[in-house]
Design a protein around this ligand. Structure first.
Ligand code: GRF
Length: 201
């Protein structure tokens, strides 16, 4: 049975585009909706041009009441009947009340080799630490931020002279490879982690 996937975004949605464009042919999943907390998210138009339904639930309308925001998200998702959720550049923390409902059915991509560098500014932190290897992780989402079971990682070598921006750009290239590979496997019911490396075909 084809899995129905909701993709959550907050910005440009470059990971979302890769996911949407990967779900074709014999892929075991199809996108059913793209949801954003920001009506100005550039990814919304990219979803629409791909014929994918979109929903916007503005977190500002709930003045910090996270459960109320999440109830509105759940209501907006309802008609689209998603089987699972992919967070793709979604910048709102989700409470345990929401993550529990989607336990084992919600993925996120994070720009570090978890468990290193949970949270923000991951590239700067890796550079400050003098790491020679960095990368990105796709994981199942739990109530703990950036903490669920790892479903895939891609490694990036840190180069002399790297800045957070140059490193982020190389990591993003790997994100775009990793997330579709993990989604295809996960949607087929296979949780075997995917490990990728730069330059490896
Ligand atoms: C990416 O670096 C991703 O790791 C993080 O959000 C950033 C922007 O993603 N979660 P996108 O271009 O909006 O997909």
């Amino acid at each position: 049975m084809t899995k129905r996937v909701a993709v959550f975004i907050s910005g440009g949605g470059s990971n979302m585009v890769q996911l949407l464009d990967s779900m074709t042919g014999d892929h075991p999943a199809r996108a059913c909706v793209v949801l954003s907390n920001d009506p100005g998210a550039g990814g919304l138009e990219k979803a629409r041009t791909r014929g994918i339904a979109t929903e916007v639930v503005k977190h500002q309308d709930f003045a910090g009441d996270r459960p109320a925001f999440e109830a509105a998200v759940t209501a907006a998702l309802g008609p689209h009947r998603p089987d699972m959720i992919c967070l793709a550049g979604f910048m709102r923390k989700l409470t345990g009340g929401f993550t529990d409902q989607w336990q084992g059915r919600m993925l996120n991509i994070h720009p570090s080799l978890l468990p290193k560098y949970r949270g923000l500014h991951t590239h700067a932190r890796a550079l400050e630490a003098g790491d020679t290897v960095h990368g990105c992780t796709v994981h199942e989402v739990t109530a703990e931020l950036d903490d669920g079971p790892v479903l895939g990682q891609a490694e990036v070598r840190v180069l002399p002279g790297d800045t957070p921006d140059t490193l982020a750009a190389r990591v993003l290239v790997q994100e775009h490879r990793l997330y579709p590979a993990v989604l295809r496997r996960f949607a087929a019911g296979d949780r075997t982690p995917v490990y990728l490396r730069e330059g490896q075909s």
